[in-house]
Structure formats: C-alpha cells, structure tokens
Write a protein that binds this ligand. Structure first.
Ligand code: ZN
Length: 103
C-alpha cells in the first residue's frame, strides 16, 4: 500500500476499526513514514481530548426565555404556531406540505 492509500486508513487504525489484514501493512508503513507517524500521534491526541469532553451539557436555565425573546423580536411566532400544528396532529410525515426546490 502506498502512503496515499494508507493515510486514508490512519483514522481506522487509531480507533481499532481497521481489519486485521490491513493492520500489519499500515503499522509497517507508520514505522517507516514520519508524516503518517505524526498524523497518528495527532489523531490519538484528538481522541484523548474528545474522551475528556462531557457526554452532555445542560442548557442554561434561561435558554428558552432567550430563544423565545429572539423569536418574538424577529416576528417568527407564526413559524412556531405552524410547526406546533404539524407536530400536534395525527398526520404522518408523508402528509407534510411539499418542500419545493429553489429554481
Ligand atoms: Zn505515510
């Protein structure tokens, strides 16, 4: 496998999702290629930092008040009323009004 092919496999290599057949040649290439070795280190660092992120974030208590104020300020209340109508009746998604592509 060439450098160009292998560099597209590095993500799967780092996450352990690479097939066993491909893992050996990729590991051999990484050992010999400074660019790919640096990319692997970078990917590992990104994954480690991502793992430290919280799994969820609670919105601020006043988030909805701010959203509602922005909607009312921009006069989008008709959009909310229309959305609520579609969400509150028994019709399936297939019966929603068609979305027309821009011409
Ligand atoms: Zn390489």
């Amino acid at each position: 496998m060439t450098h160009e092919v292998i560099r597209h496999l590095l993500d799967d290599y780092v996450t352990g999702e690479l097939t066993e057949d491909a893992r050996g040649p990729v590991a051999d290439h990484i050992a010999a290629c400074e660019i790919c070795r640096a990319e692997v280190e970078s990917l590992k660092e990104i994954l480690a930092r991502a793992a430290e992120l919280p799994k969820s974030i609670d919105p601020p208590a006043d988030a909805w008040l701010n959203i509602r104020a922005a909607i009312e300020r921009d006069n989008l209340s008709h959009f909310i009323t229309e959305s609520a109508r579609y969400c509150s009746d028994d019709r399936g998604l297939a019966e929603f009004p068609p979305v027309h592509a821009a011409k």
